[in-house]
Write a new protein. Structure first.
Length: 358
């Protein structure tokens, strides 16, 4: 790995959600990573719906605006896919090299992917030997719908951006968490020495929750669920009988004025979604219960969310901010602003780290 990234080798993270485009670039030196450029540009409502680009002109213009604000050093980008357009499965296969497995990937995908192989892009990652049987190895298979990836690449191209890497949001989340050290056992005092440990990375977006459960630092369960901050906005709308934008403003600027009934209904839905994933994980991993939650995403900015989820789920919850381990030039960036919005930048940071993959 090069300690210094060449300018023309920079990879710019572009995180597209239903509400905003986040663009971020990192540089690397001997002292670690540094924030090089960043922009957050809001999207019109319904410009992107469930990972489908509905208004390509609006998205392209937002990308151009983000480029104008961030002024990144490159036009080569990495973006992430999530939701029902992605299938991620862990399979156990006979021990073989990565080169040998390439010829087997379509066969394995055919067993695990519920789509026609011709309609998806396939990739894989060998995790290592299976714990129970060293003659077998764990492999993560990923299938993304071609039409979704192609539509995203098209709108990126319209803004003059060149797609170099397509990632999954849950993997980008894990990448950023590894940088922060949140996947390591000594982060949580309740972990028993030498015992198997598991943590859940939970990225709460506007419409989607990305969940990645890591056992002993290795991915054990991933899932995307359609629930998020917009559900609270809708509860505010119903309880206060106001429009969507007024409800968004109340959520962001006057949270203390929100009806407790609306907040309670939101938390009931949120905990239900998280519990469903924890139960799925526990069904095959009863010996390694999740002992900590690491929250990120725009939804994680809701006041007192860590206390609420810790109490409701009985699991210690923490808010994560990637800028706590990334050097930031105070002459170039507003430190107070980055401290405030940091948790919603975990996926972009994870994507930007792909610049430095070996």
């Amino acid at each position: 790995m090069n300690l210094f990234s060449k300018k023309d080798d920079s990879l710019i993270a572009v995180d597209l959600s239903s509400t905003a485009i986040k663009m971020l670039e990192l540089s690397k030196s001997r002292s670690g990573y540094e924030l090089k450029s960043m922009a957050i540009v809001p999207l019109p409502r319904d410009a992107i719906v469930e990972n489908t680009v509905i208004d390509s002109m609006a998205v392209s213009q937002a990308l151009l605006d983000a480029i104008d604000v961030a002024r990144p050093s490159s036009r080569r980008i990495a973006f992430a896919i999530s939701g029902n357009s992605v299938i991620i499965k862990t399979a156990q296969v006979a021990n073989m090299s990565e080169f040998e497995f390439e010829s087997e990937v379509e066969f394995e995908a055919d067993q695990h992917v519920p789509y026609d192989i011709d309609d998806v892009y396939l990739d894989f990652q060998i995790l290592g030997p299976t714990k129970e049987d060293p003659e077998m190895m764990d492999v993560v298979l990923v299938a993304c719908k071609r039409e979704v990836v192609d539509d995203y690449q098209l709108v990126m191209g319209e803004a003059g951006l060149e797609t170099t890497c397509v990632d999954c949001a849950v993997f980008a989340l894990e990448n950023a968490s590894e940088l922060m050290g949140t996947t390591e056992v000594d982060m949580v005092e309740s972990f028993e020495e030498e015992a198997e440990y598991a943590v859940a990375l939970i990225n709460i977006g506007a419409n989607l929750i990305n969940i990645n459960i890591l056992k002993n630092g290795r991915m054990a369960f991933v899932r995307d669920q359609f629930y998020g901050g917009v559900n609270l906005t809708e509860e505010i709308q119903k309880e206060h009988v106001i429009g969507f934008q007024a409800a968004e403003d109340m959520k962001i600027k006057r949270f203390q004025e929100i009806s407790s009934e609306a907040v309670e209904r939101f938390y009931m839905g949120l905990t239900s979604e998280i519990v469903r994933s924890l139960d799925f994980y526990a069904a095959n991993n009863a010996e390694s219960p999740v002992q900590a939650l690491y929250l990120s995403g725009g939804g994680a900015l809701i006041p007192n969310i860590t206390e609420e989820l810790s109490q409701r789920l009985g699991i210690e919850a923490h808010l994560v901010n990637p800028f706590s381990v990334i050097k930031v030039n105070p002459k170039k960036f507003d430190l107070a602003y980055l401290e405030r919005i940091g948790p919603m930048m975990m996926v972009p940071v994870g994507l930007a780290l792909r610049s430095f993959d070996e």
